[in-house]
Design a protein around this ligand. Sequence first.
Ligand code: IPM
Ligand code: MN
Length: 355
Amino acid sequence: MKAIIALLPGDGIGPEITVEAVRALHAVASRFGHNFIFEQADIGGIAIDKTGKALPQETVALCKQSHAVLLGAVGGPKWGPSSKVRPEQGLLGLRKELGLFANLRPVRIFPSLQSHSVFRPEVVQGVDLLVVRELTGGIYFGEKRREGTWAMDACTYSEAEVERVVRRAALLAMSRRKKLTSVDKANVLETSRLWREVTERVVKREFPQIELEHLLVDACAMYLIRRPSEFDVIVTENMFGDILTDEASMLSGSIGLLPSASLGEGRLGLYEPIHGSAPDIAGRGIANPYGTLSSAAMLLRHSLGLEKEALALEEAIAQSIQKGALTVDLAPASPLSTSEVGHSVEALLLNPTSS
Ligand code: IPM
Ligand code: MN
């Protein structure tokens, strides 16, 4: 197939890691006979420097005309919290413009990396969970105000916003172990009480086969560490999902491993690692590209409908990790560079039997 992929490298390590995902996607294209065309645009700090805006209209237009969007990361000390225009506004704006309300963040454990986790092997063994984070509502997008010594961020959710993301999470649970954990703070927040009611209704009515549990977010933070392998699909609001997935990434050994897919009603999706722009290591060629490579596999699956190709890329990633092709975050004694890891995955894709 011919597909147009919008490429938004962004800031910090974004350009270094996306280059490796593009390399892998070219290898997939050549092995399976596809034609992927990459069209690059600016977002975040680099866009602010060039145009004054974190999300130029051309970037939005390009994404809307593409089959999928591959993004690196945005942000950096140059455009700190006190700047008037901030890189993060570009990413939030793009998620909203494209209607990407469901953010899928799978957490898997690669067997050879079990010893790299800060957790004991028996705790992380068998972990295979998926966090579905609501992405275009909640406190991220509510009214914000500052008056003198006082500040406000409003958190709002409508029934419809909760319904669609819970439905998406339930559908994903149906193709997995049919267990759904909904996370809220219903003992304190009104939005959480609405969230819980709507979730209960949607799942009981439309997915009676699913085992549904509700957890308060503070308890969930604890259970993610105490019994992570018991989770299947977790669905939660925007900010809780942001925080819980950074926590959950530690189960896998490095935040650099975790991919994400942001999806809306149609096929168009945005794919990015869950980590940030890591300005402290930017430009040194040492960033872990596996999270972005796995995001590219999700792109093949969810936006292009290429399941076989997605599995081939995931298999190459798993083999490469198994072989010990690791960056400094996971192999401080004998690290490979970002591009050496990318070449390792490329080679395994192009010569699948040679490993
Ligand atoms: C993420 C990031 C973003 C978020 C930032 C960069 C706005 O932390 O994708 O998890 O909070 O959603
Ligand atoms: Mn985050």
